[in-house]
Design a protein around this ligand. Structure first.
Ligand code: T6T
Length: 341
């Protein structure tokens, strides 16, 4: 069982229920319910009716199974807690598309906004407008350069995520040859931390030449072009890591077209259904998966706790899990593969 660890300075210890979610959620069990009692319209202090809180979840993109798994967890917890959940998301991971969605959500004045911001700076002002208008804010997956607007942030331990990717590459390549990392561009906080963990781990392997990072945010055509160029420029390319699972489609296509799948070891972040098929087909050697469904559950738990005046941890970092053919059926991996409800 994955025991999640809280990083940063938790404002208070988690409630028994939330801790139950932390423990249970990590293997995909049912979360607790925390209805938010309100003073009744009669004004009687003792009478407390539960008025459904309106929470809007804004995904990084609606076209990615990672966010569909977050959405599933949010739906399960909202059902348990009696919250009224609305889910929105642009078709691509792009701040230019996400900001107008935030502006429209802010205008609808939800009780709480949960969001995976697609840029740690561009989304600050739009989200500040929502907080200033009275909505509580919870950040999930990605965060803001200045997260003080939010009641809390839930994500993975992204430095560990990058470290695990590097460990797999070093093991598969025997620690020598050129290695390429493909990440989302600077400003996507999760990938910024992932590059940190990836680079630090590879520094322990002096015979690995780390090529300059390339950037793509789950765009298969882009990642295919990146790999084609890398294969042409680096005959000693022995390993590729993509942080964003959406990029692995392009990597596999490029390696297949160059007949390079046997000499280049591919490892990817995330656990979308198509990635699991790639793993089973031997097209990717291992995956680093996130506890996305638990992130979704906790994002609702924390939103409702914030609305009830309870404090929530400033930062919750869930450990990531290395998945391969040997452990694919174990509960720790199987329960965390990305699937919609
Ligand atoms: O890797 C995830 C997420 O953690 C990251 O912030 C953006 O890319 C993904 O959404 C890819 O699915």
């Amino acid at each position: 069982m994955n025991i999640k660890h809280l990083t940063g300075t938790p404002r208070t210890a988690l409630t028994g229920c939330a801790m139950g979610v932390l423990l249970a959620g990590s293997i995909g069990l049912t979360a607790c319910s925390t209805p938010v009692p309100q003073a009744s319209t009669s004004g009687s202090e003792t009478a407390a009716s539960t008025v459904a809180k309106k929470v809007t979840l804004i995904l990084g993109t609606s076209s990615d199974d990672f966010y569909k798994a977050i959405e599933c967890g949010a739906k399960l917890q909202s059902k348990e807690a009696g919250a009224d959940l609305t889910v929105q998301g642009a078709g691509q991971f792009d701040p230019a598309l996400q900001v107008p969605i935030v502006d429209a959500v802010v205008a609808s004045k939800p009780d709480a906004i949960v969001i995976a911001p697609t840029d740690d700076t561009a989304l600050f002002a739009p989200l500040k407008a929502g907080v200033d208008a009275g909505s509580k804010l919870v950040l999930v997956d990605t965060t803001l350069k200045d997260p003080s607007l939010a009641a809390g942030h839930i994500g993975s331990d992204y430095v560990l995520y990058g470290k695990q990717g590097a460990e797999q590459i070093a093991k598969l390549t025997g620690g020598k040859g050129s290695v390429l990392g493909i990440f989302s561009p600077p400003g996507v906080s999760t990938n910024d931390q992932g590059r940190e963990g990836f680079s630090k781990e590879l520094a322990n392997h002096p015979d690995i030449k780390v090529l300059p990072f390339e950037y793509s945010s789950g765009e298969a055509g882009k990642s295919a072009a990146i790999v084609n160029a890398a294969l042409a420029a680096h005959p000693d390319l022995v390993g590729i890591f993509t942080f964003n699972g959406g990029d692995s489609q392009g990597v596999v296509t490029a390696l297949r077209e160059a007949n390079a799948g046997s000499r280049v070891n591919f490892v990817s972040g995330d656990g979308q259904p198509f990635q699991v098929e790639q793993l089973k087909a031997g097209l990717v050697k291992s995956l680093v998966i996130q506890q996305a469904r638990t992130m979704g559950k906790l994002s609702i738990e924390y939103s409702l706790n914030a609305l009830a005046g309870k404090e929530v941890p400033a930062e919750t970092a869930l450990p990531t899990i290395v998945a391969n053919l040997d452990n694919l059926e174990t509960p720790e991996v199987a329960d965390n593969l990305y699937r919609p409800c």
